[in-house]
Ligand binder design. Sequence first.
Ligand code: SAH
Ligand code: F3S
Length: 444
Amino acid sequence: MKPRVYIETFGCQMNVADSERAATGLRASGYDLCQSIDEADVVLLNTCSVREKAERKVYTRIGEVRAARPDKRDLLVGVMGCVAQLEGEAVFEHASSVNMVIGTRATDRIPVLIERAREGERRVLDLGERGEQDSWDVSPVERHSPHVAFIPIIEGCNKFCSFCIVPYSRGREKSRPASEIVAETRRLQALGYKEIHLIGQNVNSYRPRVEDGLEGFTGATPFCRLLRAVAATGLPRIKFTTSFPRDFHPDIVTALEENPNLCDWVHLPVQSGSDRILKLMRRGHKRSDYLERIQRIKNSSRRLALTSDIIVGFPGETDEDFHETVTLVQECEYDSLYIFKYSKRAGTPAAEFHDNVPETEKTARFLELEKVHRAAQEKIYRSYVGRKLSVLAERQSSRSESDLTGHSTCHKVVNFKGDNSLEGEIVDVVVTEAKTNSLYGSLV
Ligand code: SAH
Ligand code: F3S
């Protein structure tokens, strides 16, 4: 029997995409993939280190994995992803039962690393770079959904925002050739995928070495040209995330206006509304620059949904600074907002700043901002009642067997009555009820 590998994924879409690639490579090398620890010979935890809480979770999970299989002495446990890349050797010190530490650019070498561990090598470690010949191929059976696919277009980050660990865990920005991205889009389309997400830490910083595959497509930046090239394939729904404010060229909005299959949703993390804090965060944009970009989005001929990320309690954030964030959130009226309490990450410049905002104050700011945001969100969600939305029926709802759930083009969760035969179809739904983070409707 082939050895079986169970991969558990934490964190962002980039990790989901890496797990899909890892699974593809493993199956090609003669392994089977399984869906639970109980069946596994090898367990891989694909980890996240963006905040302290996420990182702590890994060590708890390693203990749980071992405890779940007390009888299986030869169960191999590997830590991959951002915690692996950042902590390297130290993972073995923290958790002596770990057999492999696999960095963020070693995905293609996982089968070889497992072989080494199976042959008895203790503490297998690979924090190396990607190989030139490494493949981006993902087998459809390993994708997280049969209807929605993630396509990484750029890896890593060069921005070095002072609070963020990603440039250290993911390395420098590296863009994939456009010809490859367009070819993958076409393959997915032929397989029946209805929606793709172009993903990367900063998709709009996309800058391939040569622009093969983009000939004949206009656009103010390589990313704008890529958007038009991908849209030209005719795949029904194309989303992209995350965008970096400083590099968010207004031509992106023009591309959305020209191509109905580019979805009506922009995720543009602002992090703070205070210029003083934005400078300390080294974001490279001021409040006014950001609001200018938002103006273009809000004034678009299409109604575009807008979402964002904000950090509260950054070192040195005063009541006045926080108030600036509150007024920015009031002004932007986000469809959805992810609020995070600042979490100190060793090795980042902000870790040297005096983290002077007490935890209780961070929590108070979090709750206040959430309240302000909720008021705007409620208004937006209520405005959808009575309107028709195009929804991709992704799966049966976990709440009710007679309900299907999916996303609108504007990336809202929409639930509606319908049977399984509609799974994978794009349907029209009239919204009948607005809930806190989702909409409810009925099929047209
Ligand atoms: N551009 C990236 C951002 C990655 S991190 C992307 O693909 O989304 C995602 C979000 O986590 C950031 O936008 C930020 O709001 C939050 N974050 C990052 N580092 C953080 C830290 N040290 N403490 C709290 N939140 C953080
Ligand atoms: Fe992090 Fe800033 Fe890059 S938030 S991922 S360093 S753009």
